[in-house]
Write a protein that binds this ligand. Sequence first.
Ligand code: 4AD
Ligand code: MG
Length: 477
Amino acid sequence: KNNKKVKDLLNATTTLNDITVKGWVRTFRNNQFIALNDGSTIHNIQCVVDFENTSETVLKRITTGAALSISGNLVESKGAGQKYEVQVLQLEILGDSDAEKYPMQPKKHSLEFLRENAHLRVRTNAFGAIMRVRSTLSFAVHQYFQERGFFYVNTPIITGSDAEGAGEMFKVTALPFDKTPRTEEGKVNYKEDFFGKETNLTVSGQLEAETYAMALGQVYTFGPTFRAENSNTSRHLAEFWMIEPEVAFNDLDANMDLAEDFIKYVIKYTVEKCADDLKFLETRLLEEEKSKPQNERSEMSLMEKLNFVMENNFKRVTYTEAIDILRNSKPNKNKKFQYLIDEWGADLQSEHERFLVEKHFKCPVILFDYPAKIKAFYMRLNEDGKTVRAMDILFPGIGEIVGGSQREERYDVLVEKMKALGIDEEELWWYLDTRKFGTAVHSGFGLGFERLVLFVTGMTNIRDVIPFPRTPQNAEF
Ligand code: 4AD
Ligand code: MG
């Protein structure tokens, strides 16, 4: 009846009798002091064992990782470091943890080692904090949109379309490999497969979300998306979560306003709700910085970075202006930015993006009006006939965090574009219907959720902000 969470006990304002707390042992000192954690907070509660009246066998089983149920009284602590502690009256070992074999020893493990133990790493302080922050951020996403009258739409995971036209799709076949229907040449005969057509895991819910925006006005998706890009970087996952709002009657300016306001809101919400976890992550980062040479250390702490983003306007710059800046910038001495573009029309490499954000503007940047040639088919063509109403938001330390656009709402222009790119009109007949019946200006964007979690937690590898990362050659868990 008096079950308590560690969080509640730490926030208690009076002593409490007859409480029970369940959790896992972090450390056990002097045969007396258990640091118990139940995942509700970064902090442990100290539970003091009356070792003189506890059997040797039980004491031996209080090891790091063991699951315990402790009943007793919350009393004022005589030791420094905590106001209250649990005076243990009854201790039950729910699950042993062999100290010799338990991989999560109470010491600092490398992130690589922890990735290999993705099922246990969440028991460490750092990963507990990261995953609580992730959860809070996702709640903030829903809260932001729901408070503003957006409807949450669940777009399909299995689709027949390639929204981005990048061809980086995981194919779906329904039957076991050896039973997959084949043509005479040995190719998969999708017509006879489960769906009767070629399907893949979605790369984006945008096209479906557009059809919903053209009925419900303001919608958003928040779900898993899949990309079979064979890039083993610290910013790419094969399975990642994307947030995609889509709004009828919004032009590109309104789209930029929405994205900026949204990002600031979710960061603010999380900074308020996860103060302790972020403080822990900030301290961890500061420790890490100390091992770096002076000139590579970050100028700002984690909280300073988050505050900076919340308090400053994102810089809005056209692609053309950005190219001019890059052209006129000398590569810096250590040649980090030696690949500067001098050709209008080329796609920006991550070096360029980082130069603009980290060296030139020193703040988040919204780049817009990109060359049509390097962007997806659905983007609104500008009057100049060569740029589209696209926007990318670039973040310090992250690079591209958002990609979005005003959509091409004109049926004829869209069809012409699809023809030019060899996109089958018949495949996208349903998408084209939005332009045939009651078309209107509309815009949206996609925010890579893990990149946002990276930014907020200050972590540097995207594999460390999703519970079970999917990357090339890695689907162990
Ligand atoms: O720029 P992208 O490809 O845009 C779209 O998919 C649009 N359909 C979105 C829209 O307008 N509704 O992807 C959007 C964002 C990127 O800015 C990036 O943050 C993230 O998704 N992203 C990835 N995150 C992790 N791993 C990957 N492989 C990612 N690819 C894109
Ligand atoms: Mg993009």
